[in-house]
Design a binder for this molecule. Sequence first.
Ligand code: ARG
Length: 564
Amino acid sequence: MKLKSTIDAIISKALHSANIQNPNLSVTKAAKKEFGDFQYNGAMGLAKKLQTNPREIATSITTHIDAEIIEKVEIAGAGFINIWLKNSWLSSELKKISQDECLGIEKAQTKENIIVDYSGPNMAKEMHVGHLRSTIIGDTLANLFEFLGHNVIRQNHIGDWGTQFGMLVAYLEELQSSGDFQENLKDLEEFYKLAKKRFDEDAAFADKAREYVVKIQSGDAHCLKLWKRFIDISLAHCEEVYQKLHIKLTRDDVKAESYYNDMLSQVVQKLDAMSMLSVSEGAKCVFLPFSDIPLIVQKSDGGYLYATTDLGALWYRNDTLKADKILYVVDARQNEHFKSVFWVAKEAKMVRDDVVLKHIAFGTMMNEQGKPFKTRDGGTLKLTDLIDEAIIRAKNTLKDKEDAQGIEHKAKTIGIGALKYADLSVNRESNYIFNWDRMLSFDGNTALYMQYAYARIQSIIRKYVGTFDGDIKIESESERALALALLDFEDVLYKSAHECMPNHITGYLYELATLFMRFYEQSPILKEGIDGETKISRLLLSKITADTIKQGLAILGIETLEQI
Ligand code: ARG
């Protein structure tokens, strides 16, 4: 149910009947309940343009508002049009939602091929918090677009190519005699440090490392085999994190940097053919209209760069994956990089003009002191450790009144939910402060608050014996507010998808759960003396609330619990 668009259409029709051209459609949800359910604030702007009195314009519009679903219309102040919807209409729409598995949410009108490029850890090192944010936000966006009926293609652009791998593979080869692969690569961060130390201290080793870079890239069987095993183990580390976090990325979604290796010389040729290439100090580059710094695509020694690979990937995504939209969920610090490669890809016609390319940037995760999040000794935090800590802390918030297995499952659901929700509930563009206590609180805009509201409703429903056959009656103000919020879900999802902002969903769920709690306080459900019809009506409202919370959380990749 697209609530706002329904009202937009009514106003638009009224403007048309009132013979008003060029209307500015600005229907908004009313800020206060005295101002109705919705407000149209366009009369003032129109009056200015037509040089007439805004209240007169407003009157003319209101006389032309003609819709079954509207209870009353009022003109207020300078010319605001306040609109109230009929309770009977709200009831019948909610009834429809209660009978629909998809909560009455319509699929997008045109199904698009949407690529979400997210996570993209580097195989040389341990996955870090920057990748955690990308992984969580990207997975949510992929879920959201999928839910709205699009064809989503998840792409994990892992960093598995480049000069570091010569050093790492050479070191791995040295260690091979003294221990197994798994053991050596247990801690990638440590492995990298030791390899780097060898590289810095031993010139012969450094030479070998350089030689191995060339060997890997030119397909030498021995080096390639070692490299493959290295990547396999490193990727398995990441998969452990995905699994713990219930992230939907699989091996099939991995299109690593190395995948585009064979395309890189063609990328450079294409740019040359399009007369876009310049040579500067031996390097091949493209000059950009919006920057003094050109985009380098090939170094003077012939090596290619991160940007060249991204151009190859864009080309592939356009030609082979037939993308309509490509979203890059990557740290805000790569803004210039994406601006440049998007411009070059379009200018060189590697990507159709109408393909939407968007960098979905996000800020840095900070500690309480406002510094980038690290371990106590300043090292890179292992994500598996962070996730395990979330689960332990969640366990501590639970009363251990049940069996160990039950506790384990609850702690995981709550801990992982808290971690994800804390990330998703802030505007992704801003930095955010990581705080265990806040994210694991029962109160406030947290996953636990939502999971708790859901479990509470489920416990009411469990206690009820009887049918759900009946109507929804909207009588009190708190019921009305809840009803309006429930009908708003679809608009929120579309807005969140349009802006690629998951925090619209969390903000909505928080408001919904709060409105439910208020409704529940004022409208007892199973209490003795409540008549059958009222009981069913209130149960239905509660059930739609629970279903909406569950669906909303599922899009965020967060599970619910039947009992907390
Ligand atoms: N590996 C990159 C990094 O860690 C992220 C990859 C993002 N995706 C892309 N197509 N460039 O910074």
